[in-house]
Design a protein around this ligand. Structure first.
Ligand code: ZN
Length: 305
């Protein structure tokens, strides 16, 4: 197979930061990885501002992120989109799912879910959310609707099982009903859930390849489930290794990751490159990026379609 035969023609990739603060070392790795993959395979690279959870966003952080990307030579091929402006698109998708009875209204408070789940013997863990016990699956029994949930049991009442292949992690599988349960698409506070916005936007933007950090790989089966229910294609996924802070936890603003120093983007890119297995001696930004594309292609071949 020749390079020119690689399925790059229809390639659309994206970087989708939440504007909760400026880019830091960890988020630059995600940006760089998705950019390199798109460039390595002749694709388009898009930026999407994931500000669907507006209360968590920091005003102006979106602009800062776009400036930081540009300073590092990572320039999107199209105008960025903001999820907070795409309400109607998510509402449309929800209507489709409602009409097909794939979603239902849930009246449970967090406390009620917690009590019901604990009475089933589930234990609260720090990172995992409780599996929704299905209380409202067959109706609200007169209570007021709070959130909308999608079913993870199929029409025959069997658990939905999702299998997919990640370019780095290989064959993956999850029993969605047992691992997650019927999950929220529209929240009690009126905001759209991350899963809903991502699936709708990836499809509408024609995203064919998703390259993102491994911390998000646990979301993939939920997103594939929604794609299937909405009749949307499933992108090719590559989840890159996590960048860990000194305390061994994912690098984030909360555990002391400092914002990028724009006066030395090359140094920041070098550091980001190390966690992706990329090391070049180039002494200017453009040469570094060009050489990194070559190394990326050698390291992360696209699966043959
Ligand atoms: Zn409920």
């Amino acid at each position: 197979m020749h390079r020119s035969d690689l399925p790059g023609a229809g390639y659309i990739g994206r970087f989708a930061p939440s504007p909760t603060g400026p880019l830091h070392a960890g988020s630059l790795v995600a940006a760089l990885a998705s950019w390199l993959d798109a460039r390595a395979y002749g694709g388009k690279w898009l930026v999407r501002i994931e500000d669907v959870d507006l209360p968590r966003c920091v005003p102006g952080a979106d602009r800062v992120i776009l400036e930081q990307l540009e300073a590092c030579g990572l320039v999107p091929d199209d105008l960025p989109v903001w999820q907070s402006r795409r309400d109607e698109l998510y509402a449309d998708a929800l209507q489709h799912l409602l009409a097909a009875d794939h979603v239902y209204a849930c009246a449970c408070s967090r406390r009620e879910i917690s009590l019901a789940a604990q009475s089933e013997g589930q234990e609260l863990t720090r990172h995992a959310e409780l599996v929704y016990p299905g209380t409202c699956r067959n109706g609200l029994k007169g209570k007021a609707a709070r959130a909308m949930r999608v079913r993870t049991l199929n029409a025959k009442g069997h658990d939905v099982q999702i299998e997919w292949t990640d370019r780095r992690l290989g064959a993956q599988r999850q029993n969605l009903a047992r691992a997650v349960g019927d999950f929220v698409l529209h929240r009690a506070d009126g905001l759209w859930a991350y899963q809903m916005a991502v699936v709708v936007d990836d499809a509408l933007q024609g995203v064919s390849h998703v390259v993102r950090g491994e911390d998000l790989s646990d979301n993939t089966p939920r997103q594939i489930h929604l794609q299937r229910l909405l009749g949307l294609p499933t992108p090719v996924y590559l989840h890159t290794p996590l960048v860990l802070g000194a305390n061994g936890e994912k690098l984030s603003k909360q555990n002391g990751a400092t914002p990028l120093n724009l006066r030395d983007c090359l140094a920041a890119l070098r550091t980001a490159g190390v966690s992706l297995g990329i090391a070049t001696e180039a002494s200017d930004l453009n040469s570094w990026l060009t050489q990194a594309i070559v190394q990326w292609r050698e390291k992360w071949a696209l699966p043959v379609a």
